[in-house]
Each structure stands twice: as C-alpha cells, then as structure tokens.
Design a protein around this ligand. Structure first.
Ligand code: ZN
Length: 285
C-alpha cells in the first residue's frame, strides 16, 4: 500500500513538473531571440490569426527595431514584434496581448496611414527656406504624428481586445502589460503621448461593454489588480457625473458600430488604408 501511495505521489509530482515545463512563464530577462521563444511566439500569433479567420501564411518574428513594421514591404510575410514590448510579458495571455496589439496596427492599416500622412506633410513646403518655415513644418509633423499614433494605439488596443477574445486569450492581459510598460518605456507599445491611464480606461471600457463576463471573471495578476485600482477611481468620478457617463456610453456604442465595419473590412479587405493587411492577404492566397 505504501509503495502504491509512493508511486502515486511520484506520478503526481511528475505531472506537476511537466505541467510547469509547458506552462510558459517569462520575466524581464527572458531571451526573446532564443529560437524556442520565437517559435512559441509564432505559435501564439498563428493561434490568433487562425481563430480570427485571417490569412495564415505570415510568420511572427522578434526584432530589436521598434519601427520594423512601418516598412510596409517588410510586412508581406513577417509580422515583427518589438523585443522591448516583450519585456513586460509574464505569461501566454500577455504574450498574446502584445502580438494582438501589433496585428491591430496592421489590420487597421496604421503603418500605411502614417507613412502616407508623413509624406503628405513633407510635401507641404511653406517657405522652408526660412528658419521659421522649417520649424513650422517640423512642429506640424510632430503634432500630427503624435495625434495619429495616439488614435492608432487606441484603435490597435480595441482591435486586440476583439482578436484576443475570439482566440480565447484573456484581453485584460493587455491592461496588465500596458500598466507594467508605463513605468519604463520610451518607445514601442507606449511611444505615443497617450497616457497610460487613458489607454487603460479605453481598453477596460471597450472590454466591459463588449465582453462583460470576461471583465467580471477578472484577471488575477498583480499588475492588473493595481490597474483596477486606477480604473475604479476613474469610474467612481465618471459615475457621479451623468454627462460624462452618457458620453462614455455613446462612445462605446459608436465603437461597436465601427467594430462591425472593421470586421467587414477585414473580411473583404476593402479598407483603402489597409495596404499592409491586403499584402498579408495576398500572400495568403
Ligand atoms: Zn502601438
């Protein structure tokens, strides 16, 4: 009997050990260029793409160049994930969140949109021969690219929430990553001027409006619980103000309508900005 108990215990220990080997966990010193980790990241990317019925021939890679996907030519076959963003990833849900945010930029055609806008601004040449003229152009560039990246990040975030939910990853993990990244980052995921708090509220509101059961079920990590304190403080202020509350509700209704448009565009690839996505789709044929 003792022997059987001992064997059972040994078996249970083995099962526990192997479960831990396969339950991926990461920290700030994880080497994201290690081929095993890159391949795991690619698997997660493929899961998201397949679950969302998107073209499946792209490969996800890791890069230390945060602007890699801006070069549209480079996105035909590869989606690059910036290693700086991966520093804040601790589990598969969070890894999926970073990948989904990047896909969010691609499917909304942000890279194409930014480069077209930047070209348009560069072509405005108001007396650049004078110092003042040159300064105006450069200021104009900064202001509009900040505004675009702020809006782009918001859109990429809510697209990520949809992509993650469909692929059965916890979309609240994105809040966790954004919260952690806020402390240190000067580039990558938080390189826009959008404050961490604004981004977190945007993700939370969208998730809460579209996936209330997921939000209710919570996401039990330290950073998410800390982010929740921030969220609840914001909600308390908003709930006490009927005008603010009505505005927030209206915004979510609009986003829900836009979501249908986005999904339609994704399916038909008729979004004129979405050249990056059409390239992915073409290579998928
Ligand atoms: Zn972004």
């Amino acid at each position: 009997m003792k022997k059987i108990l001992g064997l059972l215990l040994f078996g249970a220990l083995l099962a526990f050990a192997s479960a831990n080997v396969f339950a991926a966990s990461y920290n700030t010193s994880t080497n994201w260029f290690d081929s095993k980790n890159v391949s795991h990241l690619n698997t997660i990317g493929q899961n998201i793409i397949k679950a969302n019925k998107m073209p499946t021939t792209v490969t996800f890679k890791v890069t230390d160049n945060e602007n890699m996907n801006t070069d549209i030519a480079a996105t035909t076959q590869y989606v690059y994930i910036y290693s700086g963003d991966l520093k804040y990833v601790e589990n598969d849900n969070e890894l999926a969140a970073v990948v989904a945010h990047e896909i969010g930029h691609l499917v909304n055609g942000h890279n194409a949109k930014s480069s077209i806008l930047n070209n348009a601004i560069s072509s405005i040449n108001p007396s650049t021969t004078t110092e003042k003229g040159a300064a105006t152009v450069s200021l104009l560039k900064t202001i509009s690219s900040n505004k675009v990246s702020k809006e782009n990040d918001k859109e990429a975030d809510i697209t990520a929430v949809d992509l993650l939910s469909t692929a059965k990853y916890n979309p609240l993990a994105l809040i966790s990553v954004v919260y952690k990244a806020d402390a240190a980052v000067s580039g990558g995921l938080l390189d826009s001027n959008l404050s961490c708090e604004e981004r977190i509220m945007n993700i939370y509101d969208y998730a809460n409006y579209n996936y209330p059961a997921t939000v209710k079920a919570n996401y039990k990590t330290d950073s998410y619980q800390k982010a929740l304190n921030l969220i609840y403080a914001n909600l308390k202020i908003r709930n006490a103000d009927s005008k603010k509350l009505a505005k927030a509700k209206k915004e979510q209704e609009k986003l829900k309508k836009d979501k249908l448009k986005r999904v339609r565009n994704m399916a038909k690839s008729t979004n004129p900005w979405s050249s990056a996505y059409s390239l992915i789709q073409v290579s998928g044929n």
